[in-house]
Design a protein around this ligand. Structure first.
Ligand code: NAD
Ligand code: ZN
Ligand code: ZN
Length: 340
């Protein structure tokens, strides 16, 4: 099969013929039709994070396709089913986190396109107990970004504890952020968005943000957000790939506000102790979502409430897509068409 392979952390991916994987016990082999490209794939290919993937590997954790074979003992999936892969590829199922509804914290989890080969190829393996199943009749191109961007922002918005009618900040209007604006609206929240380009601000407004602030050209983004929302946002979600956005988001919170950190730039940001304590702020990390979160996120999409903005590209464009992503030039998501 053809796949895009990371050979080392400094070279472009190589699109080449690799061996077709065979499904082991509990696994299914999936013919990939489409795969979204997440900024996490770029971090993975660059070895940006403290725990690095082992090269060579195939990135991709927003793949959708059709089951073509199943391994021993698989009952949940059958040949012909439409399924996807995800970052949360599998977990132990038995640890304190797995048995208390927090399976994405499992220390023995496997991650799609990172510790297990992913969806940047014509076929991929999935764990039959963990793979998301897609309902009949949905547009599979638009469904691909739901499997990471969608579930991640949906979960992160829940973690922000913003109630219907309250203000939420979406910082970063990329693949995750433009979908976050839509989930927030569908969850009854009022949205303020921040990015560093006028095009991204326009995208946020198109998807329902009441205010979109360009943090590069506005001399006081926090002040603008606080004035517009009458004292600051009740909660926020940072998807931006830049440390500055994290400080700005904290500075945009209302007293008692909660910020979900989702973006993963390989840097630190200063958290001011005095204002965090005196204003009673909560800052927490949020990592993708459980199988139940993912099923809920897919259900919002299947009911027509979420419409990802995406561009279809062939797998052979993968390095160009990464360059455009690094430069912040992608509108919404890129979805790769594996048949192209
Ligand atoms: P993307 O490249 O599509 O979007 C990033 C956006 O951030 C762009 O629109 C860019 O213009 C914007 N941005 C850059 N600097 C900014 C600033 N200073 N202020 C505001 N906006 C700024 O990336 P993506 O696919 O949406 O992923 C975003 C991040 O989320 C990545 O770091 C990725 O690894 C991470 N991620 C985390 C999880 C999780 O579970 N926590 C899941 C998926 C992705
Ligand atoms: Zn992702
Ligand atoms: Zn576990």
């Amino acid at each position: 099969m053809k796949a895009a392979v990371v050979k080392d952390f400094t070279s472009p991916l190589v699109v080449e013929e690799v061996e077709l994987p065979a499904p082991g016990p509990g696994q299914a082999l999936v013919k990939v039709l489409y795969s979204g490209v997440c900024h996490t794939d770029l971090h993975a290919a660059h070895g940006d994070w403290p725990v690095k993937p082992v090269v060579p590997f195939i990135p991709g954790h927003e793949g959708v396709g059709e089951v073509v074979a199943v391994g021993d003992g698989v009952k949940r999936l059958g040949v012909g089913d439409t399924v996807g892969n995800a970052w949360f590829w599998s977990a132990c199922g038995a640890c304190e986190f797995c048995v208390t509804g927090r399976e994405t914290l499992c220390p023995d989890q496997r991650n799609g396109g990172y510790s297990v080969d992913g969806s940047f190829g014509q076929y991929m393996l999935v764990d039959a107990a963990y793979a998301p199943v897609l309902p009949a009749g949905v547009d599979l191109r638009a469904a691909a970004p739901i499997l990471c961007a969608g579930v991640t922002v949906y979960k992160g918005l829940k973690e922000s504890e913003v109630a219907p009618g309250q203000w939420v900040l979406v910082s970063g209007v990329g693949g995750l952020g433009h979908i976050a604006v839509q989930y927030a609206r569908a969850m009854g929240m009022r949205v303020v968005a921040v990015d560093v380009s006028d095009d991204k601000c326009a995208l946020a407004r198109r998807h329902g943000a009441e205010l979109a602030v360009n943090a590069l050209t506005d001399p006081d983004p926090e002040g603008t957000v606080k004035e517009f929302t009458g004292g600051g946002v009740h909660g926020g979600l940072v998807t931006a790939v830049n440390g500055k956005a994290f400080s700005q988001a904290v500075g945009s919170l209302r007293r008692g506000g909660t910020l979900s950190l989702v973006g993963l730039p390989p840097e630190q940001f200063p958290l001011d102790i005095f204002s965090t304590v005196l204003l009673g702020l909560t800052v927490r990390g949020s990592i993708v979502g459980t199988r139940a979160d993912l099923a809920e996120a897919v259900d919002f999409f299947a009911r027509g409430l979420i419409e990802p903005t995406y561009t279809l590209r062939p797998l052979t464009d993968v390095n160009a897509v990464f360059d455009e992503m690094a430069a912040g030039r992608i509108e919404g998501r890129v979805v790769m068409d594996m048949s192209a």
